[in-house]
Design a protein. Sequence first.
Length: 337
Amino acid sequence: MIVAVSVRDVARAASVSVGTVSNVLNQPEKVSAATVERVLAVIDELGFVRNDAARQLRAGRSRSIGLVVLDVGNPFFAAVVRGAEERAAEAGMTVLLGNSDETPSRERAHLDLFREQRVNGVLVTPAGGDDGMLRALTTAGIPVVLVDSELPGDEFGSVSVDDVEGGYLAASHLLSLGRRRLAFVGGPTAIRQVAERLEGARRAVDEVAAASLEEIAMPALTVLYGRSAGEAIATRDSAERPDAVFAANDLLAVGLLQAFAFRSDVRVPDDIALIGYDDIDFASATVVPLSSIRQPAHEIGYSAADLLLREVSDPGGDHQRAIRFRPKLVVRESTKG
């Protein structure tokens, strides 16, 4: 059995006090050069490894921030994570990642764990549950910044995209092609992004006479559920199908495209124009390259971490509390007629 070397072991071998060893590790300027050299030599000889986690917990802080995203398998959130990690690393911090899988109970479990670990702050894309846990974190002195999301008021910092505008851009583009029977394939509307993208699409459709919008709600925003929705649409009589589909994210759009590809009577974009949301890297690499609404994922993650770190270093300071990016329409072959 391997026994860990303690600070007391180092102090005993170097013939100094535990406090002197602590100063050598944390404030070497307070110790003579000769003593520092002797203690460091003993540390090397004994193979002592400092327990930073325990030291940080005793100090009531850590060098980490927590991040909870809806789906770590979604390339959009992977890019958000990379952006957050880049900014955290610049500040000497690490990012503890949690995946809620779009489930409020899993989100709460991650937030509970982050609180126990005394992270400096928390970044979270809410899964649509009760925000009482977020308030509990701020009450405990742990700042919270919402990522790719926002809530009414200024209780929490936020970095988001105008998803109503994004939904409007997507539906307006489909309508500009002369399509009038639109369908919105989305996930749980408790997820703010889904609800707002649908709202924007409805606004665009309401502006055009004889246009309609069918809502097709799926349990989650995944390729599998996109394929399921596509199969259901494809089995309809041609007169009953939508002539354009707006998917709430690119993963759903990829699944829809896969389902349509197996049908000789459903061609994209001839029979059904298809547009997604997020503009993940894979969107341009599908068999029929997907039109999409682009979000600056890396910038969202980086900006959210930057905002959080400012709140950590200057609680209640006079700095920007909300950052909102504008979405951009990217047109590819899936909507070109």
